[in-house]
Every structure is written in C-alpha cells, then in structure tokens.
Design a protein around this ligand. Sequence first.
Ligand code: 13P
Ligand code: ZN
Length: 274
Amino acid sequence: MKVLEAEFVKGFIRMCSDGWEQGWHERNGGNLSYRMKDEEVAAVEENFVPGEWKEIGTSVPGLAGEYFLVTGSGKYMRNVPLDPEDTIAIAEIDQAGEKYRVVWGLKNGGRPTSEFPSHLMNHEVKKAIDPRYRVIYHCHPANTIALTFVLPLDDKVFTRELWEMATECPVVFPAGIGVVPWMVPGGRDIAVATSKLMKTYDVAIWAHHGMFAAGFDFDLTFGLMHTVEKSAEILVKVLSMTDHKRQTIQPDQFRALAKDFHVTLPEKFLYEKD
Ligand code: 13P
Ligand code: ZN
C-alpha cells in the first residue's frame, strides 16, 4: 500500500490542517507525532528507503524498534495536506533507543521536528502507562499562552481555573494539567521536564510557548487540545471583564459531577479559595 493511502496517514494529515485552521500553527509553530501500530508498519514498509542513523539527543529505550509518523522541523502545518511527502516523515528508532533514521518522507531533505526529544520521551512515558497512547501533539494556542503571563505557573491553579470554565472540562481532563516554567525549547532538559509531567497528566503547558497533549488517537488528542484551549479562551474573556467571578462551579459541585460521570478528580485541585 502507498503511504498516502493508509488511514493513519490520512488522519495525521487531517489533524495538521485542523490545527492550522484553529490558528494554533503560525509559521512552522507546533508539531505532531504518531506511534505506528505493527500492522500499519507492515502495510506500508514496501515504500521504505532507510536514511542514515542520527542521534535523537536523548535516550528512549522503551521505544526501541518503534516507527513514528512525525512532522518535519521548520515545516508549516498549512502545507502538510498540499505536500505531505515534503513536510512529514516516518522515522524508525534503533534497538538502543538512542538513534533514529528517516525511512519515508521529507523528500527534499530535513529532519523530524526539533521537539522530537520531547515527543519521544512523552511517548515512552505514555506507552509504559497504557500502550493505547499513540499521539503526541504540540501547538501554540493563543489563549492558553496568554494565561501563562497572569496565572501562577502552578498545576493546581491552572487545572482548577480551567475546570471552572466549562462543565465538561473535569470529565475531559480529570487528571488535570501540568505546567512547565519557561525553558529553552528543542532540547533534552525541556523533554525531561515535560515527560515527568506526562506521568500524571495528558496535558502539559509550556509557559510563554504552547501546549503538549497526549492521547490514544487523533480525535481524542485534538479534542483534548481543543477543550483546554476553549476553556482558556473563556477564562481570558472572564479575566478581561473582571478579576472577580460573581459565581462559579464549587468544589462540592465538582465532587457531584465526578460521581455521576464516573471520573476521579484529585482532591488537590478542589481546594477552598479565600
Ligand atoms: P519545529 O519546526 O522544529 O517542529 O519547531 C516548531 C516548534 O513549535 C518548536 O517548539
Ligand atoms: Zn513550539
């Protein structure tokens, strides 16, 4: 089967254009990776032309031998549907989890996203928790980024404030949201900090930069990002009107919601406010 005919590739490309349409991907901002299933590798491997092994820049032994569909560094999400063979790639991880090689795509050269270390370390953590996790998504959504200038960079505050903005939020991200303070992007240090948060959460916010989300498939991961950013948009509107909410969802109301919707909401987010 041709790579571009595979359903997982079509889903990946659709997610790139959906993110672009949301305004989350100015220029080359943001990136996407997908951990391929064995049967998906088998279906398209006749097209593989392996390139040279290159250093990942971090170590991911838990991903030895895995294949990833990933956006290219410096590539624009808006161009992915127009020329996927130039903008995305399939990369294979070596048996030590130290190196990768491009086996398909990036036909005019280039390399996977500069955030490949963060993507892979997040994938490694998520795969160990539940092998159904396959998607890691990074974007630059304006409202979430704006909040990192006015809220304390604290998991508890971000989670609680975003939960309060829409009743569906605690059901969609019951584990909460982690926050990484400002760090230099693209390297191992920010990858380590983000993957540490991914042990607890499916969402990590990078202060003054953007957001990472993890999920089982494209719909769930895009939907998660969309829900968090929508909630951030409501909070920006509220804070633009007032620094005081006349009414909001209270801790006991969250507890009642958790009971009926069969989710566990950690008590650390249900603190009493002054
Ligand atoms: P890449 O073009 O290397 O994917 O980088 C974009 C980005 O968002 C960096 O954080
Ligand atoms: Zn970024």
